[in-house]
Design a protein around this ligand. Structure first.
Ligand code: NAG
Ligand code: NAG
Ligand code: NAG
Ligand code: NAG
Ligand code: NAG
Ligand code: NAG
Ligand code: NAG
Length: 251
């Protein structure tokens, strides 16, 4: 890394810290232009489309590119991993085509890791490797729902605090050795080291996290504008959590 690149990186880090802690910096939003969303079989739809909905509106005001990144270019289905997880033989499995593979994707500024039943698959080594190798290169990691469990499986949650889907709580916290799991939180921001990791609770909580993200980095007007279009009443307090667990667990 050249001296000027190093300086740039340090400035980005300082910039992020001051911004995240409330200082204003109009130029900051330009740092987040590329988003990468990890796709895997058995993803939760809202974990992906919720954030995408918000980002797509934000993209009216600045250039934003989103990559949907998976092992191969094959369409990715929400279908459960085994027929045992589909006892009624239902067929309600929308698909998403990736835009990139783990090999071809540009390094994103923001890495978004969704959850869903598929995050428990034993056959995810390439996905875990991608997350482990990519997270240190991005400016912010965002996990939605059980995505924090996937991030923990990839080994990037040690020493972090995080939250997750409260219904899945008992099984997910086991994936995170040395993670402080916050049982009462709509979302959690860990800024203990770079890059920060922001994690949301279950499914729809990802919307509140994304609006908080837009407000923090793109401005309150944009956040209000987008939530109004979506006719969505935001929960702005990260400690608002009617689905809370009683326990905060450090493992
Ligand atoms: C976004 O994608 C467009 C079209 O491919 C490209 O011209 C542009 O450079 C990309 N922007 C960023 C910030 O990567
Ligand atoms: C689902 O399919 C399995 C295997 O073909 C069959 O044994 C089972 O009876 C089916 N269940 C329903 C609810 O249709
Ligand atoms: C949340 O947890 C419940 C209970 O484990 C699970 O059924 C559900 O699939 C989880 N949701 C997601 C999106 O992972
Ligand atoms: C995945 O990685 C684990 C741990 O490194 C290893 O034990 C397992 O054999 C790997 N699975 C596959 C399918 O390569
Ligand atoms: C957790 O932290 C302890 C103490 O710092 C360390 O010995 C251990 O290796 C860590 N575990 C993992 C999985 O990183
Ligand atoms: C959104 O943010 C952009 C860039 O800061 C600004 O130009 C635009 O006016 C904002 N739009 C709204 C509706 O707040
Ligand atoms: C939390 O504690 C209350 C009071 O003891 C109990 O009724 C409730 O079931 C607990 N909730 C969970 C998710 O453990």
């Amino acid at each position: 890394m050249g001296a000027s690149q190093l300086l740039q990186t340090l400035l980005s880090i300082l910039n992020l810290c001051s911004r995240a802690w409330g200082a204003s910096d109009e130029a900051y939003g330009t740092l987040f232009q590329n988003y990468g969303i990890v796709l895997f079989r058995g993803f939760d739809m809202i974990d992906i489309y919720g954030p995408l909905e918000v980002i797509q509106f934000a993209a009216s005001y600045r250039q934003i590119n989103v990559s949907l990144i998976s092992e191969t270019m094959n369409v990715v289905t929400t279908e459960r991993l085994s027929s045992a997880m589909n006892p009624m033989n239902s067929s309600v499995w929308p698909t998403l085509p990736p835009t990139h593979t783990f090999e071809t994707a540009p390094v994103p500024d923001v890495l978004i890791i969704p959850g869903g039943p598929g995050m428990r698959s034993p056959d995810m080594n390439r996905t875990l490797k991608y997350i482990a190798e990519t997270a240190p290169k991005v400016k912010l990691v965002i996990t939605i729902c059980t995505g924090s469990g996937l991030a923990a499986r990839a080994g990037i949650m040690n020493g972090r605090k995080a939250t997750t889907n409260k219904t899945s709580w008992p099984s997910i916290i086991g994936y995170g050795p040395n993670t402080t799991w916050i049982g009462h939180a709509r979302w959690v921001e860990d800024e203990s080291r770079y890059p920060p990791v922001w994690s949301s609770s279950g499914v729809t909580s990802g919307l509140d996290l994304m609006f908080h993200f837009v407000e923090t980095f793109y401005g309150a007007d944009n956040a209000t504008f987008i939530s109004t279009i979506m006719e969505y009443e935001r929960h702005r307090d990260p400690s608002w959590d009617p689905f809370a667990r009683n326990d905060t667990v450090t493992r």
